[in-house]
Design a protein around this ligand. Structure first.
Ligand code: SAM
Ligand code: SF4
Ligand code: SF4
Length: 371
């Protein structure tokens, strides 16, 4: 049953979200136009990064002339936490901090601490995770865990130093990332997930060495199809290694069987090693659209809400947050925005000619909104 709330209509005011049709009662899901609940929130805390991964922040675009967001435009930790409180009240059960490189945001553990105080309407702490390139993780892992972080995902595209350097376009030592992974595991941020973006002809020779390295470690390696996100990486379908090929390559060496997972919103297909050495995952963002189960909202560093990784427009929540008033205003804005959501970009891409999917020049960048 829904409770009807009468609201002032702000739709004509610039930057203000549409009024909601209704506000769900506590415990009742907030649904978009395709019946998808709001369950996951990704919060990008910075658009800066100390890597220049060629598929994400190509150095010729993100060079010394690139204008990053000024610090005053970023949401403060208190503003992020206040917004997250409303998201959790509206159904979010999992929060992921991302970026850019989230560990570059000074005192990020303070934000983790604020988010760790949130409770769902049922009284549970939402799951708190963070995605990082691992370069600063060894020194931060303990503090993050102590502040209330549950898990981390570390991005690592190669073990071989030359390939790692080419993918990340940085001179960081891959050993530092591996140290970060072990420090995270030692701190209890487990299971540690490791994300490897695969590009044909560039790092696909690392699929088997990466699997060999992480088999039996307790960490979960996941292979991600290279996506046409943003408009700077020169994405090309020919560079995508379909997940089915990755699974075929691995299972030719180590037999695998599928692990069933009914969880709506989970994007990775899980595979277990038949010999009990743990599991791997594949994320088939290009070859198998999962928009039907997409329950994610994304908050940008300066408080714009994006409903899809491939969106071109965000909704200005910072104006609502900084505009004063109580949390009801933000809840109304959020409900109106989510109820109007119909995004399903990847389904269009897989139905059409995949090469045609790169057409938009204004898609948001992954380094701005996070993965
Ligand atoms: N800097 C952090 C990191 O690299 O983990 C967090 C932000 S990064 C944008 C989040 C994730 O997006 C990473 O796992 C990265 O590999 C992935 N990513 C970036 N660009 C991508 C692309 N074009 N296709 C697939 N994954 C991508
Ligand atoms: Fe930085 Fe992460 Fe993008 Fe690499 S993928 S450039 S580490 S934000
Ligand atoms: Fe979700 Fe958009 Fe990706 Fe579809 S394309 S799964 S709607 S983020």
């Amino acid at each position: 049953m829904s409770r009807v709330i009468f609201l002032t209509d702000h739709r004509q005011a610039p930057g203000i979200a549409p009024a909601p049709a209704y506000l769900p009662l506590p415990g009742e899901p907030l649904l978009d136009t395709r019946g998808r609940p709001l369950r996951d929130l990704r919060i990008s805390v910075t658009d800066r990064c100390n890597f220049r991964c060629t598929y994400c922040m190509p150095r010729d675009v993100f060079d010394k002339n690139h204008e990053f967001l000024p610090h005053r435009d970023l949401l403060t930790f208190e503003e992020i936490a206040a917004a997250a409180r409303v998201f959790v009240a509206m159904g979010v059960r999992k929060i992921r901090l991302t970026g850019g490189e989230p560990l570059l945001r000074r005192n990020i553990e303070t934000l983790v601490g604020l988010l760790a105080e949130l409770r769902t309407p049922e009284g549970h702490k939402p799951e708190l995770t963070l995605t990082t390139n691992g370069s600063l993780l060894a020194r931060k892992a303990q503090a993050l865990k102590a502040a209330g972080l549950d898990r981390v995902t570390v991005s690592l595209d190669a073990l071989e130093p030359g390939v790692f350097a080419r993918m990340s376009d940085s001179d960081f030592d891959v050993a530092r990332v591996l140290e970060g992974i072990e420090a995270a595991a030692a701190a209890g941020l487990t299971p540690v997930k490791i994300n490897m973006v695969v590009r044909k002809g560039i790092n696909d020779d690392q699929i088997v060495p990466m699997a060999r390295h992480f088999r039996g470690s307790g960490h979960i390696l996941r292979f991600i199809e290279y996506m046409d996100v943003g408009s700077t990486n020169g994405w090309n379908m020919a560079e995508v290694v379909p997940s089915a090929d990755v699974v075929a390559r691995l299972s030719a060496i180590w037999p695998l069987h599928t692990v069933l997972d009914e969880d709506m919103g989970r994007v990775a297909e899980r595979w277990a090693y038949a010999d009990g050495a743990g599991e791997v995952g594949v994320i088939s963002s290009v070859t198998q659209a999962f928009c039907g189960g997409c329950t994610r909202a994304r908050l940008s560093p300066e408080g714009r809400l994006f409903l899809c990784l491939f969106a071109t427009q965000g909704h200005d929540l910072r104006a609502v947050i900084r505009g004063g008033g109580d949390e009801t205003r933000l809840a109304n804005a959020l409900a109106g925005i989510w109820q109007g959501r119909g995004d399903n970009y990847s389904e269009h891409r897989s139905q059409a000619d995949p090469d045609a999917a790169v057409s938009s020049e204004h898609k948001i960048e992954m380094s701005y909104i996070g993965g």
